[in-house]
Each structure stands twice: as C-alpha cells, then as structure tokens.
Design a protein around this ligand. Sequence first.
Ligand code: ADP
Ligand code: MG
Length: 573
Amino acid sequence: ALTSQVFEFQAQARQLLDLMVHSIYSNKDSFLRELVSNASDAVDKLRLEGLRDKDLDADISDLHIRLTPDSTARTLTVADNGIGMTRDEVIDLIGTVAKSGTDELRQKLAENDAKDAGDLIGQFGIGFYSVFMVADKVELVTRKAGETVGTRWESTGDGTYTLDEIADAPQGTAITLTLKPVDEDNAVNDYADQTVLRRLVKKYSDFISWPIRMLVVKQVPGEPGEDGETPEPTVEEVDEVLNSQKALWAKSSSEVSKEEYAEFYRHVSHAWDEPLETITLHAEGTFEYQALLFIPTQAPFDLFMRERSSGIHLYVKRVFIMDDAAELMPEYLRFVQGVVDAADLSLNVSREILQQDRQIRAIRRRLVKKVISSVQELQDRRPEDYQTFWSNFGRVFKEGLINDQDNAKAILKASVFASTNSETEPTTLTDYLSRCKPEQDVIYYMTGESRTQIERSPHLEAFRAKGIEVLLLSDPVDEVWVSSGLDFEDKQLVSVAKGVVDLDGDDAESTDEDKTKQQEQFAPLLTWLGETLTDEVSQVRLSSRLTESAACLVGDDFSMTPQLEKLYRASGQ
Ligand code: ADP
Ligand code: MG
C-alpha cells in the first residue's frame, strides 16, 4: 500500500520482544489469556463509551470476542468488536512499553541468568508481546470506534514493525498470529487446533463476561422422510460459545476452584503471578455489594511509583464501570487487586460522584477492615505466606499507621518489626510484650538507616547490657509513624535515643544516694562541657544508658531524630 511505513520499536520494547522471541518463559499458553484479556477490556471500554456518547458511530449491539483458527494456514485470529485503536494509539500502545518499571526489569534481567528470567517476566507481566512466544509473524488490524479509516500493524518481532492505512477494517481489533511449528518436545500446543483452544479458554478465560465464540463444524443428522429413507447427515458451521461467562465474585467461594480465582486475578491485575490470598465478601442489607479481592504474591514493579493506578475494578450489577476505582481502597493498600460489584449505584456513576458517595465510603471502610484482618490471619495461621507478604508489602502497609487513624491499632498488631531479640526473625508487638519484664511499661525502639547502623549506636549499649529488647526500625516510613504517638496495649513507644530513659527504676544496685553522689562528683565536668558546647547542645547530663561509650548525643523528647530531619530536608521542608 502507498501509506506503508516501517517503524522501529522503542529500545525497551525491543528488549522485551527479544525475550519473548527467544521464549524463556515456559508457559506459552499464556499468550491466549493475554489476547482475550485485552479484547475483553476493549469491549468493556466500547460499551461504556457507547453509554456516555450517544452519538458515537459504533455498533454495540453484539459485543463479543471471536477465535478463528486455521489449521491449514497455521494461523490463529483473535478478534473483538470493541473500542479499537487509532494509528497513534497503535504506535503508543503497541510500539512502546509505557509500563513503568521497564528499566528495573531490564536491569534485573541483565544481572540474572535466563533461569530466573522466567520468574521476572512473571512478576512484570507481559501483555501483548507474549504473542511472540508462539508466533513468527503477527498482524493486527484495528479501527477505532467512530472512525472510518483503520490501521494495519505487522511485525515478526525483530526490531521493526510496519503500519498501513486500510479503508475497510471492521470496527475493533483482529490479531492474526502465524504460528510457529508445533514443538512436541517443548510441550507447545497446537494453537490452530479447536480442541486445544476450547480447553485453554475454559482454563484461562472462562469468567470473561463477553462471549468468546468459535465457528465449529457440526454434523446435523438428516430427518427420516415419509418414504422411510434417512438422508445423509449435513455438515453445518455453527457458533460455539467457549466460556461460561460467570462472574466469579457472584459465586460462593466453595463453588470456585483455586485455579479459577488465580486466572481471574491475572485478568484483573494484568499480572502473571499467583494470588497470595483471595478475599471474598458478600454484603446484604442497606448496601448490597460483592467483592472479590486479591493480595498478590509478588510486588509489581511500580508499587512505589506515583502514577500507579488503583487495582480495584468497579462493576454495577455485573457491568464493568471503571478499572481504577481509587475511592474504594486507601493508598496504603494499593497492592490489593480485584473487583467490587455494587448493586445500588447508577450505571453512569462518575468519579466525582464516587468521591462523595456515602455508600462507597461505607464499602471502603468494610473492605479495609477485611483486608487488614486477612493480613492478621496470614500472620496467625500461615507464617511463610505472611513473611512473603511482609517482605513485599510491609513498607506500604505501614503507611496506614500514619494515614488511617481508625485502623492504626489493627495495622500495628498485624505488622512485624526487626528487634534486638533476633538477627533474622522480626517480631510482632504482642510477642515483644510477652518477652519483656512485667515492670517494663513502654516499648523501646530506635530508628536509623539500616539495622547495622542502628546496632552500632551507643544508645543501645545499656539496653543490651540489661537485656532489654529494642525494636530496630529502618524503613523511612517508620520515622513518621513512631512520632505520631501511637501506643500498643496502652504501652507507649519510646525512642532509646530521645530524652531521659530511666533504666534504673528496677535496679536495686543503684540507689538514689549513689545517684546524688555521682551528680556531685561530675558537676564541674558537666558545667564545663555545657559551657564549652553551648552552641552545639542544649544540655549535658549524666546518663545510665551507656556502658562502653563515654558519651552520646540524644534528642529532646520532642525533637526530630536525625533520620526524620533528613527526611524533611529531602522533601524540601
Ligand atoms: P496491558 O493490557 O497490561 O495494558 P498489553 O501489552 O496487554 O498491556 O496491551 C497494551 C495496550 O494495548 C492496552 O493497554 C490497550 O490499550 C491496547 N490494546 C491491546 N489489545 C487491544 C485490543 N484488542 N483492543 C484495543 N486496544 C488494545
Ligand atoms: Mg493486557
């Protein structure tokens, strides 16, 4: 065609493609799930757009997805009549990897050998590009709803792709894969085989809410005529719907298998890992709603990136409304993925309405409590899974200690902290209290940049000598929540680096008399030090907190720790 143009993939995209072409990821079937998932998203979007824009020139009467295998040509086409893409969108969405975290992925891949690469890809989640695991050549024909001209994209997964303008593209997107040869040694399925496709759709995409159709040949037996003769059976092509389209969140959890939940999780989260925990909620009464939420196993690459969108999809009576309903989940639970289906919201509910809606606030309150109690349950019953959770999401979860006053106590209880009790095992506060002497009425902590740095501090000496356990807090977020005055079971959290720490209260050896004597003895030295250092320190006093070092610096009860000062300075305050 006249308009045919060759483009280069963006560098990052090329690298990801390379990974796919050389297919280090073992589960090649995943490509079908990704294509169907994208098609389903595209149909969701068109349906919404059609509701919003009555003048949109698009047919939304029979939205569906279609698989067309051709075993002779060895091709498979996955088509949808959804929203489609403009030419610019094709370049942006298919030619580039906009996904944040790509740099990190590349860096990790450079450091790791191919064996771990599969894991990394699983963690990162590869969408459309996964087609190159199974195809030598991919053609994508698309027309955006409301537009007249379509776009044809083609690539063999090397560094380039071509774009053409086409006049007669049907609305939506059709992706045709020219399949690689079937490799039985590598257990690669024949994706042009209807039986294989039927099985894979059932396994990966059964819950997709739009029909996934495939034309199949059916023999229709002839009706015996009046003459008693039965004519030859005729062969007809009929549409078969491959998926049951059942909304998993509407079912009771006993009816749904672990695998079904996992596939649904992968669809809503665009991730490739397993859910660590599945949370279901069916609320009846004033507000009727259902929720199906997941805590992922692996942290997504963009967990700490500002532009990250919420993982909660909002439905109203089984109809998809939006895929980042941030109003339903606070930021400190931003790793939670899933679906909330509210029965009483209007179908054209807007983001502005969501922000003010009393029902949404009530649902959110309930979901938050449910997620926190699920974390607590992991801690109580599944220590290994809890550990996975904590190493991936603990730092995020702890943000709730600052931002969610109502639930801070529950969050504190469900958290763990490094402490002087063990080199490797973090402790719950409950366990901390169970170990300390009955007369200890506070919880001691020290903050710093790392465990090693904290452990070198002279502030810890006396505590170590007396066998008093101290929490060692080294996440930036710890600085902030410890200074917010939270207590646990009526015990204040007290920094060993601040103010006067009275470690002698229970110590018979050191009497008040001893103390007075010491004070007198050291008075001249203290006065001299105080005068000499008058610009540097506000007070010089005797301390019982040191056993080996001669002196140390402490903050006032209300002063900032050095780390917090740094944090504020870094943020420009
Ligand atoms: P993700 O689905 O996680 O965004 P993908 O690589 O699967 O990543 O897809 C990239 C983007 O390409 C999608 O976000 C979507 O905007 C667009 N896209 C992919 N497939 C389709 C499709 N069938 N119809 C419309 N847009 C699509
Ligand atoms: Mg996708």
